[in-house]
Design a protein around this ligand. Structure first.
Ligand SMILES: [Zn+2]
Length: 328
């Protein structure tokens, strides 16, 4: 196992999973090696921590360090505290490691959280969608801030997991950590709905808000009730920027909302995360906004397609700009 993890760290450092057609190390581990999400997660975390702290290899090798503790260890380990902190994780279980990490991380460093903000249509594509802030709690496994902010290292299908407790077949109890500001907003929304939804529960209010988000998303995909008819051939000119709603709808339905990137090992990427329309031929090379010349790709594979078409030099400039914008 230690040999595998060392090799995996080196493999990840070279981002060799890209050459094999995968969107992330996590995708490689699950899709190519067939590991479960949990097994893939722990190995991914181990590969990351080995790259940053090569001293963890020896304790992995002789069994002092358990694979299930790496996520907790990674949260608190720094080059400065390594000599003192690393031994505290030896011979610990996952739960014990969580407790140690909680003790070392003071209350000033709350669980990683993410706000999903509304992105107006006029916002440039380079704008950050997620910012590191409060409210919606993403579960520990996949929501490390780095992973959220770096699309290339993102797992294929990270599911924001709430702490959910099944009560009956039709009822779930959700544990959600929120700020006072969120509660104020919730109350305002409840009052705003008091005419149309008198006596609305929290679920009613949040559900109404989610409907608005989903409606906007359906518009983006052209999945509206009465799409305008497909345009005359004239507006499907080579290089046209605008993709008509009817065409967006056709592509989203045909591709079933999934990334269509073909994997070397057969099949497609299939991710539903950050999926966008892609011109199979570049717009600057005369692609037309018609369904036959469009497909859905996830962000990672859209970048990869552009790299293959335009070359790394152009894309590095573009990606650096985007990364810089994302960090501000
Ligand atoms: Zn993809």
């Amino acid at each position: 196992m230690a040999d595998f993890l060392v090799a995996l760290a080196e493999f990840d450092q070279r981002r060799a999973w890209i050459a094999l057609g995968h969107a992330s190390l996590f995708a490689f581990l699950t899709q190519r090696l067939g590991l479960s999400k949990a097994a893939a997660f722990f190995r991914m975390k181990a590969a990351e921590i080995i790259q940053r702290h090569p001293d963890v290899v020896a304790p992995f090798r002789d069994g002092r360090l358990c694979l299930t503790t790496v996520a907790s260890l990674a949260r608190v380990l720094t080059p400065e505290n390594q000599a003192e902190v690393l031994p505290r994780f030896f011979h610990r279980s996952m739960q014990e490691a969580k407790a140690i990490a909680a003790e070392l991380l003071p209350a000033t460093n709350p669980p990683r959280r993410t706000v999903i903000t509304a992105v107006p249509a006029s916002t440039p594509r380079t704008a950050p969608v997620e910012t590191r802030s409060q409210t919606v709690f993403l579960d520990e496994p996949i929501s490390t801030v780095g992973a959220v902010l770096d699309p290339v290292s993102m797992p294929v299908e990270p599911t924001p997991v709430l702490r959910v407790e099944p009560l009956t077949a039709s009822e779930r109890r959700v544990h959600l950590t929120v700020s006072p500001a969120f509660l104020e907003k919730l109350e305002e929304a409840r009052l705003a709905l008091s005419h149309s939804l008198p006596g609305a529960t929290v679920e009613d209010v949040l559900s109404a808000g989610l409907d608005l988000i989903l409606d906007r998303d359906r518009k983006r995909k052209g999945l509206v009730a009465n799409p305008r008819p497909a345009p005359a051939e004239a507006s499907a000119e080579p290089g046209a920027r605008y993709v008509p709603a009817a065409v967006r709808r056709e592509v989203w339905q045909r591709d079933q909302g999934r990334c269509q990137w073909k994997l070397a090992s057969g099949g497609i990427c299939g991710s539903r995360l950050r999926v966008e329309l892609d011109h199979v031929n570049l717009r600057c090379r005369g692609a037309r906004p018609v369904a036959a010349e469009l497909r859905l790709l996830c962000r990672s594979h859209n970048d990869l397609a552009a790299r293959e078409a335009l070359g790394d030099t152009v894309m590095d400039r573009y990606t650096r700009k985007r990364t810089a914008a994302r960090r501000t």
